[in-house]
Write a protein that binds this ligand. Sequence first.
Ligand code: PHE
Length: 331
Amino acid sequence: MDIESIERIKESALQKIDGAKTIEELDQIRVAYIGKKGEITLVLQSISCLRPEERPKIGALINKVKRQIEAALTQKSISSIKEEEFDETVPEIPVRLGRKHPINQVKEEIVGIFSQMGFGIEQGPEIEQTEYNFDLLNIPPDHPARDMHDTFYISDNLLLRTHTSPVQIRVMKKRKPPIRIIVPGRVYRRDADVSHSPMFHQVEGLLVDKNIRFSDLKGVLACFLHQMFGEDVPVRFRPSYFPFTEPSAEIDIGCILCQYKGCRVCKNTGWLEILGAGMVDPNVLRNVGFDPEEWTGFAFGLGIERIAMLKFGISDIRAFFANDIRFLSQF
Ligand code: PHE
């Protein structure tokens, strides 16, 4: 076996490949040269008959030739497939484009507005410790929110988080202020009807720094609501109660469905409740080791499904999770 005969095999192979007219012919050539009993394969096997000092050079050459033949075969089969098998009269396979789920669309819009205001995105686990979901948020064991009726318990100290607020605790425990975050995520409650789903989505917000006042909360949330629902939409703050904020508020916008005249959705009040919020309770700050004399902050939470229902005029929350393609393709 010498260099010339290897070169000769190569030339004949490349010539035959070049002249091949069909895929079948190319297959035969492949078998004849680089198949199990092909010429190149046999040559490669006979290398052990050579003197040891000749082996590396000849071996390298054979391998190179083998790669060249393979490349030529591939090249030729691509171009012959194009000529032989492409039939432009075959009807196309219809491609159905997917879309973003409406909940994701609304989530991205909300997150986008807060990102522009400088809020970073955080996440936390959906299986949460009772301590984070309740205790450290100043929710005492006898609080109604702890009732088995609302919460999916996994064990005495593990549950499916009922809100995104435990992520406030997680972030404050691992980081010092200034903190400015939003937390989009899934939450779970034992509740199911046209406006409640056992799994739904919230966006939590938390800002902790020096000299943060209620007016900062008002400014940030009014700015968000005006971007989300339009510059002209009226916004009102109502006193409310959450164990982890003090003072607390619920924030309404004028009903965008009836233009504040009163309808079924706003229960004839002309207002829609959109957000829960308040100043972070000093007990919560102490629970994570912050001095409430030095740091103050605000927190807020909103339900994504509720906003999506208002925005798209959907009256049954279950439509979001039935995954009916006819429903989803409308967005
Ligand atoms: N976690 C509250 C809820 O799920 C919402 C909220 C968040 C209220 C932050 C105040 C501050 O209802």
